[in-house]
Write a new protein. Structure first.
Lengths: 319, 349
């Protein structure tokens, strides 16, 4: 009687341990890399310090160009690198996978551990979210903190790039980047075919969570000549409602965009197999477009790539 | 002679508890995800802060601030939360004569979760969330206990433990359902809500400690005074009444004190499970029989347990953090298996 129950206890404990370890989503973060010691390179493009920038947490004054920056959001990582401040970055969060040479660590942007961030000895931390104790904690250990929350519109995105440029000592490069983006977006808008907007459904995951036209993503779709079918499903205005399969089939969008190709492995072929979906206009006419999850959810410099994908899709449907 | 022996018998386990708690605090301060702060230096830094002592820890100002404002405040918070949950668990186990009673029995957890969810999904507009969420969680918890008492005592003159427990189950189900409904309507905040539910002791500065201290002090004071009463109640309601004890009133006061403290603990730490159940049992297994010993020793051991659990939570996968509720659950599950295996669960007290 003793042995079986002891075995059961052991098996139970082992199973618990395996479950705990198996679901670990750690990206195997790289060890923190030290900054390039090239202190002789003059800051390219307008490093005017001391400078005061305004973020979501108020004004921040930086006395000198930050050389040990920690970034805790994928969109902000892309922006920091795009303005040319990549050499000044010592660590980025676990979700930041672009550009590939960014020093990804196991730091979390959702549940930041201030002590761990402090261990990198940063002089500036840039994040998009402050779950309550990040700002206070960084203040306690005397580290500059710039909060740049998710933007609501294109103007907000441009403004944020400029703020990042100012804060990192690359104001000129930031201005150039914004000017380029504006030009590209303008020319993309000119490529949008004339005619009625095409109805669309933007799929965030395979549980049919989507965006409404009030979100940043929704606004980009409008620029590309699309009309959202999910607006009616969001009376509280959260921006991210979940559609039921019947509601989606009823709405019958002309185009479906899959923003869950990486996370959930969805493809035009796999969605065509869902019950009822073979009758959707979008499926029948081959207007199911896979998107890169990351590009379609970030508000950094790659929104241009996202808009390009949308305009290409719109042009394809026009015919 | 007899009095001295009783005092010694009470004092010795308490002293052991104090030593264990102190050791846990030292570990909590010495270790952490900041790998460049040595354990010795961290301890020296804390000792240096004692007025009248001047030592040089060799840490930079930001490292010193990390040790004091981040690590020590978090360790003390863990001590207080563990202290409160363990003593509330012991009190509930005594008052309901049920070995599976935990501090969340009368709907405290469900009420707190509901309150916190409501505030979290309202977004970060308006007041500071680090004050609003604990306040809402506290309010929700006390509301749930109040409703439980109303329902459990309705039309039942005797107000037996069983009716209260059943009412607690009903109220918990209701608040959990409400919370799930609100949560699903605001799916984009689910991650925040779950992270609160799983429990988190992260803190910067001493604000949360200051918020919690009065509740812990009040609750502990009342419970310790009722230690002897709990011993008397352990023989049964009728027997206790015949010994001259107003059982219903005693139960009410004890539940109120324990719930108040638990609501405070849950408000700042989220729903950390297993501490309230495991620790009193462990204390009993180590030989303590009377609540006059079980309560203080549970407080100290519970505090030590949570400090060590938090240490694991923030260092095991550093710099990522494991939610502390997961760490305590890992300890809890094998503990229950062990408890089931024992011939006599010897708690009935």
């Amino acid at each position: 009687m003793q042995r079986p129950s002891r075995l059961a206890a052991l098996a139970l404990t082992a199973a618990l341990v395996l479950v705990g370890c198996g679901s670990d989503t750690d990206n195997g973060g790289a060890a923190p890399s030290t900054t390039a010691a090239g202190g002789t390179t003059a800051p390219a493009g307008g490093g005017d310090f001391p400078i005061t920038v305004t973020g979501g947490n108020g004004e921040l004054t930086l006395d000198a160009r930050p050389e040990r920056i920690v970034v805790l959001a994928p969109s902000l990582t892309e922006t920091v690198y795009a303005v040319g401040a990549g050499d000044q970055v010592v660590a980025v969060d676990d979700q930041s996978n672009f550009p590939e040479d960014a020093p990804t660590t196991a730091l979390s942007g959702y549940e930041p551990n201030v002590e761990a961030i402090g261990d990198f000895d940063p002089d500036l931390v840039i994040a998009s979210d402050d779950p309550g104790d990040l700002g206070k904690g960084l203040e306690a250990i005397d580290v500059a903190f710039l909060l740049l929350p998710a933007v609501d519109d294109l103007e907000g995105a441009y403004h944020q790039i400029e703020v990042v440029g100012d804060a990192t000592g690359h104001a000129d490069e930031a201005d150039d980047l914004v000017a380029d983006m504006k030009t590209t977006i303008k020319s993309l808008q000119e490529e949008v075919p004339e005619g009625e907007p095409v109805t669309y459904f933007h799929e965030l995951d395979d549980m049919l969570y989507t965006v409404t036209s009030s979100t940043f993503i929704g606004q980009l779709y409008e620029l590309a000549g699309f009309e959202n079918v999910a607006d009616g499903a969001d009376p509280e205005g959260t921006g991210y409602p979940q559609l039921s399969p019947e509601a989606l089939l009823d709405a019958d969008p002309q185009a479906v965009f899959l923003a869950d190709t990486k996370c959930c492995g969805q493809t035009p072929e796999s969605v065509a197999k869902r019950p009822g979906w073979s009758e959707l206009t979008a499926v029948k006419e081959g207007n199911v477009f896979p998107l890169d999850d990351d590009i379609s959810s970030r508000w950094g410099p790659r929104i241009v790539d996202f808009l390009q994908a949308l305009v290409d899709a719109r042009s394809q449907i026009a015919g | 002679m007899a009095a001295t022996t009783t005092t010694t018998r009470t004092l010795r386990p308490v002293l052991v508890g104090v030593v264990v708690a102190a050791a846990a605090i030292c570990c909590g301060v010495a270790f952490g995800p900041a790998s460049r702060i040595g354990p010795g230096a961290a301890l020296v830094e804390v000792v240096d802060r004692i007025p009248g002592v001047a030592l040089d820890s060799g840490l930079s100002p930001s490292q010193a601030a990390t040790v004091w404002d981040l690590r020590l405040s978090r360790t003390i918070l863990g001590l207080l939360v563990g202290w409160m949950l363990a003593s509330a668990g012991a009190a509930y186990q005594g008052v309901f004569r049920n070995p599976l009673a935990d501090p969340y029995l009368l709907g405290v957890a469900a009420g707190a979760g509901f309150g916190a969810t409501l505030v979290i999904v309202q977004g970060r507009v308006g007041a500071d969330p680090s004050v609003m969420v604990p306040a809402a969680a506290f309010g929700g918890a006390m509301l749930a206990v109040f409703v439980t008492y109303l329902v459990g005592a309705a039309g039942d003159r005797r107000r037996t433990p069983a009716s209260l427990l059943l009412a607690g189950v009903a109220v918990s189900s209701l608040f959990t359902a409400l919370q799930t409904f609100v949560q699903q309507r605001h799916a984009s905040d689910i991650r925040l809500v779950y992270s609160w539910i799983l429990g988190r002791l992260s803190t910067a500065g001493w604000g949360e400690v200051a918020m919690l201290l009065p509740y812990v002090a009040l609750s502990s004071g009342v419970l310790l005074l009722y230690g002897r009463t709990l011993d008397v109640m352990s023989v049964g309601d009728d027997e206790a009444s015949s010994l001259g004890l107003d059982v219903n009133r005693a139960r009410f006061v004890i539940v109120l004190a324990a719930s108040l403290g638990t609501a405070g603990a849950v408000g700042v730490g989220g729903l950390i499970g297993f501490v309230g159940i495991i620790v009193p049992h462990v204390v009993r297994l180590l030989g303590a029989g009377s609540y006059r010993v079980i309560l203080p020793v549970s407080m100290l051991t519970g505090g030590a347990f949570l400090v060590l659990a938090d240490l694991v939570a923030r260092t095991a996968l550093a710099p990522a953090e494991i939610p502390i509720g997961v760490v305590t659950a890992f300890c809890g599950a094998p503990f229950f298996v062990f408890l089931l295996r024992r011939r006599s669960v010897g708690v009935a007290t």
